[in-house]
Design a protein around this ligand. Structure first.
Ligand code: NCD
Length: 337
């Protein structure tokens, strides 16, 4: 794919070689995400960071990544604070915002909304999550994390065995992750969810057509045996028509130290796109796993920076110019862990 000037709306746009290209750029940008070096390659550029749904990681890491490339960030964090609340169409909003920004990241509660917005945008648009449809930058950072974690155990994504746990029906992070995993060989996915929250048929069909081996179960202990990665997700209560229905599924699939120790291989990596619901009745990923060195959730969130920097650099066509304005940082912050 030609990244330069493109909208990034779905993992459908990516071939394996595109993913690898992005990853090698992300790796080369790590001195910048680790604050060892500074670049001003996007000096003067403005990111319109438009979040019409709650977000912590995605919004801040997209914004921080743009800042780390030398660009500035303008934000909307609530639909209620924009003119969408006055009845303005997505198309008009796109026309206007793309006059003020050089690239736009959009998160919106409706499936397909980001594509619709991009059709009226005069600048590239990146999908920061559209309803329960897709979350492509999350899948990229998830796979980047999987690759890094596996390489510690001399394993590769080809041959990966992964358990996806939780709300596989509404979870857009899972939907994009399934698509990106299907680009690799001999991948085995164990789908662990309540019957009503199974992965949608269009996703299982795609995986089967790409020769991904699938197994489905409602039993957590059974599903997490013999996998390299456990990817836990939150019940997406905001997608349920009736919020009380979501309550039925919370707490059904909770991974904790006892269950992990009894069922997992010693090196099984634990991931979660976050936020995890830590309230007692849900608690899908217990904090008693905090000390477990295989808990990769915060390394996963950290990886969002270099992946999103790489996305911006490629879409804005500056990937070969980053070093030109590069210098060492003259300040230092110690991060203990
Ligand atoms: C996810 C999302 O918003 O889809 N979070 C994220 O972006 N890291 C997952 C979730 O909200 O459960």
């Amino acid at each position: 794919m030609d990244f330069s000037g493109s909208h990034i709306l779905s993992i459908d746009q990516f071939e394996r070689s595109d993913v690898e290209k992005l990853f090698s750029l992300a790796e080369s940008l790590e001195p910048y995400s680790n604050k060892e070096k500074i670049t001003k390659v996007l000096d003067g550029a403005i990111l319109g960071n438009m979040f019409f749904e709650p977000s912590t990681r995605t919004r801040i890491s997209f914004g921080a990544s743009f800042n780390l490339l030398g660009g500035s960030v303008r934000e909307i964090t609530e639909a209620g604070s924009s003119s969408l609340a006055k009845g303005e169409s997505l198309a008009d909003t796109a026309q206007v915002l793309s006059g003020y920004s050089d690239i736009i990241v959009l998160r919106h509660p409706d499936e397909g909304s980001v594509r619709k917005f991009s059709e009226s945008s005069r600048v590239p648009v990146i999908n920061g999550g559209d309803g329960s449809n897709e979350h492509p930058s999350q899948a990229l950072l998830d796979l980047y994390t999987i690759k890094k974690e596996l390489s510690q155990n001399s394993k590769t994504v080809d041959g990966l065995k992964i358990a996806l746990v939780g709300d596989l029906k509404f979870g857009r992070a899972v939907h994009s992750l399934c698509k990106i995993l299907s680009l690799y060989d001999n991948v085995k996915i164990k789908l662990i969810s309540p019957e009503e929250l199974r992965l949608p048929e269009k996703d299982t069909q795609l995986l089967q057509s790409k020769n991904v081996t699938l197994e489905e179960t409602e039993n957590l202990e059974e599903g997490i045996k013999d996998v390299d990665i456990i990817y836990v997700t939150r019940v997406q209560e905001e997608r349920f028509k009736n919020k009380d229905d979501a309550k039925k599924y919370k707490g059904l699939l909770s991974l904790n130290k006892e269950i992990y120790t009894a069922n997992c291989e010693p090196n099984t990596v634990i991931m979660h796109p976050l936020p995890r619901d830590s309230r007692k009745h849900a608690n899908e990923l217990d904090s008693d796993l905090y000390e477990n060195p295989n808990l990769a959730i915060f390394r996963q969130a950290d990886n969002g920076i270099s992946i999103r920097m790489a996305l911006f650099a490629l879409v804005l066509g500056v990937e070969d110019q980053v070093e030109k304005t590069s210098r060492a940082v003259n300040w230092h912050v110690t991060r203990d862990h």
